[in-house]
Design a protein around this ligand. Structure first.
Ligand code: AMP
Length: 376
């Protein structure tokens, strides 16, 4: 039996294992947190990602290695890659860890981004404001996630406060994009170069955290899915990528503007578990294991609702037609992703009706976002 080693044992690793076990794989993880969501589904080595003994044990026990989040030191992944196949390739991890390099990489491959400027001291902050104009967004180049490590600044005073809070260097300033909506593209590429794209997904954030994904996104500009697959296809080829890649976009006036990419399975692809012929998790496992990829075709229409801070009453939400509840088994804490709920229907009308009739059972922000969208 083949064993897949995973760096990280959070909910993404758990859902990878839930997809990989039926295909006959065993799983082993390295993660510093005790009783992680994936620890029930294989062996967890509880250790920091840099722990040489833990990494040696992971390499010795695995036929191949993958990872579930992008803030793992690239040096760790490169070291593992000396003795084991590591997918997605370390270069993809490197390109996605630094927002400045990532945006330069997008532009080099003909993919539009917000205008940006590197900020490492007060003069470069002032130049960024002069070039990009206010308002703008200041973000840490590295280790930001779920809206953490970023500030919307509307004045020089705001900018200086944010600059100080972000540590005065290693910052990227981005022009503020007045986007129409946020979309993501999830793609998978196999070892043989075979590539599939899931349809674009429409995403709704609140306080920097994804709350709701609607799939497939309803597209008005008919070529939007083609634009996305052409752009993401170029990224996959440039990186000689293997596995699932997610790219987050803003849509403005029918054009896509790339914001960031994640070289891993992605929260905006959770709907694929019930809502697509082959889930992103299964396709990631198939890709990294060198197996034929599965059809990404959607099965009807899905709404994926993140469950953040507290879990709903399962006896109530499971009465919603087409509802599927995922509880990651995590201790509740404010702002923490504890699970998700996917509601699937055969038609958009049916999905909308089900959501409308059950709004009181959904988290408040999500219910509001969904209603605002209908009024748009
Ligand atoms: P990020 O951490 O880059 O994914 O940003 C979190 C959220 O902040 C995004 O999903 C957007 O809603 C918003 N955001 C990030 N960058 C920009 C930008 N340049 N212009 C407008 N909104 C942005």
């Amino acid at each position: 039996m083949k064993t897949i080693g995973v760096l990280g044992a959070g909910q993404l690793a758990r859902m990878l294992a839930l997809a990989g076990i039926p295909l006959g794989f065993k799983f082993i993880y390295v993660d510093p947190s005790h009783s992680s969501p994936a620890s029930w589904l294989g062996e967890q080595i509880v250790a920091p990602f840099e722990d040489a003994t833990a990494l040696q044990k992971l390499a010795d026990s695995s036929n191949l290695i993958t990872y579930e989040f992008e803030n793992i030191p690239v040096s760790v992944v490169r070291k593992l890659a000396q003795t084991r196949s590591v997918f997605p390739p370390p270069i993809a991890l490197e390109s996605s860890q630094d927002r400045l390099l990532e945006k330069q990489f997008f532009n080099q491959h003909g993919i539009d981004t917000a205008p940006f400027y590197s900020v490492d001291d007060q003069p470069s902050l002032e130049q960024a404001i002069a070039v990009l104009k206010l308002p703008l967004i200041l973000k840490t180049r590295r280790f930001g996630y779920d809206g953490k490590g970023q500030f919307l600044v509307k004045s020089l005073e705001d900018a200086i406060t944010a600059f100080n809070q972000l540590g005065q260097k290693g910052i990227i300033a981005e022009g503020f994009v007045k986007f129409d909506r946020e979309l993501s593209c999830i793609a998978v590429r196999g070892i043989d170069g075979a590539t599939f794209f899931y349809p674009l997904v429409e995403n709704f954030h609140h306080e920097g955290i994804l709350r709701l994904s609607l799939a497939p996104a309803q597209v008005h500009a008919t070529d939007l899915n083609l634009q996305a697959s052409a752009q993401v296809g170029r990224i996959l080829q440039a990186l000689d990528y293997v596995g699932i890649l997610a790219v987050e976009f803003f849509e403005k006036e029918g054009k896509l503007i790339a914001n960031e990419m994640a070289p891993r399975v992605h929260n905006s692809g959770h709907w694929t578990i019930e809502g697509a012929e082959t889930s992103q998790f299964e396709n990631h496992i198939r890709a990294v294991a060198g197996l034929p990829l599965g059809d990404p075709k959607p099965r009807g229409f899905s709404a994926m609702i993140n469950l953040i801070g507290s879990m709903p009453d399962a006896t109530k939400v499971l009465q919603i037609p087409g509802a599927h509840l995922h509880d990651y088994g995590k201790e509740p804490r404010a702002g923490r992703k504890l699970g998700h709920l996917t509601i699937r229907a055969d038609s958009l009308e049916e999905l909308n009706r089900t959501l409308r009739e059950n709004l009181d059972l959904l988290p408040l922000e999500t219910a509001n976002q969904w209603q605002n969208r209908l009024n748009r």
